[in-house]
Design a protein around this ligand. Sequence first.
Ligand code: NAD
Length: 439
Amino acid sequence: MKMTVIGCGYLGATHAACMAELGHEVLGMDLDIDKVHTLNSGKAPFFERDLDDLLAKHTASGRLRFTASYGEAAEFADLHFIGVGTPQQTGTGAYDLSYLFDAVTKLAPGLSRPAVVAVKSTVPVGTAPHVAELLHAHAPAGDLVEVAWNPEFLRESFAVEDTLRPDRLVLGFHIEHSWAERVLRQAFGKIIEAGTPTIVTDWATAELAKGAANSFLATKISFINAMAEVCEKSGANVAELADILGHDIRIGRRGMRPGLGFGGGCLPKDLRGFVTRADEIDAGEAVGILREADAVNTRRRDRVVTLAREALGPDLRGKRITVWGAAFKPETDDIRDSPALAVAQTLHDLGATITISDPQALDNARKLHPELDYAQDPIAAVKDADLLLHLTEWPHFSHIDPKRLATRTHSPKVIDARGTLNTDQWRDAGWITRTLGRV
Ligand code: NAD
């Protein structure tokens, strides 16, 4: 099948490459001309495992290409996926839907044949009717343009695997057994034939699916982090507590990692967007638990700052702190709402000199925080530091020999905010260690 993917960031570029891998002819479209050039050269403009290989394979095979032209996209196919960003609005918890409405408004004038527009971007419930209205008003094909909702559940760092072999497929339509449903069933044919649970539902349920899933995941992380607060006060060990809880199959251990909490371009803004929308539709009382999940998450960042001041004294002016980690989680270069960078920024504002090391995210971090210092080599980064903070749990960091590292600093103190360093080894090597959630 021929199809386009409008908006080629983490979601869209991956979706486009994976649709080509499934045998389709795909045109990716993005307004960012530099991104289009990079993608056309067979490379991802960001770090995502396996994606470069797929892009190289299918830009070479001729099944995949990218453009910055809406006219070309509208002409190319009659199925258009939309994956533009829906970030948090500045100053409120609401989603900024301007990119989505812009994309739809610019695509519509080129739609002179019947077409299906399938939105993958995460949105507040109630957005689909507005998208349909815009398309019907601006497309020459009018209401022969059908809107489908196809929320995306991929995890960055597993994006290719999750797109090719998703754990479920959700398709939302306004009308049962529509043409749009037939088109999407054909587009996802190989995935459906592989036995992927496929839930066909209405627009509202499909819109809610993604926000509700992320709200649940965020709450699970914040639950164990709330337990970490209790553990710190009571002398208990939150890692062992998580293991004990996780053996209950109704609870499960996956995703329940105590530590510095969640960040990134999805969980924090989806949680806030979900709460804000619930307030708007008079369901605010139902989501009190999500407000608390957000507050627990923010407290984790504050707690690391408090521990740093306990380790170095309240006045951080003139202190040198090394931060391991800039990405919001390992195996990505995505720094959106990164807990590590939030902590680094606060400590910098309190007067400390911060040096950050990260295997993949330094270029992005440097652009956003030019006021901080950077060092690619995590060992060199520790030179002359008064304190080391382990804030993103790249496996790379856990493999560094603490003995060798101790020779680089006059003050071997480490705060492990992710609980993945081997405390015994570090203590044996002469480090004073503190792990978040443990006494
Ligand atoms: P992103 O910022 O990486 O990518 C968005 C892309 O859209 C950018 O390349 C931007 O240039 C492009 N864009 C913006 N406005 C445009 C327009 N009018 N026309 C064409 N292109 C335009 O964002 P992302 O992480 O890929 O997220 C996209 C959407 O997918 C969001 O709604 C997000 O919540 C959702 N989502 C993301 C993930 C993830 O892991 N990143 C997972 C599931 C869902």
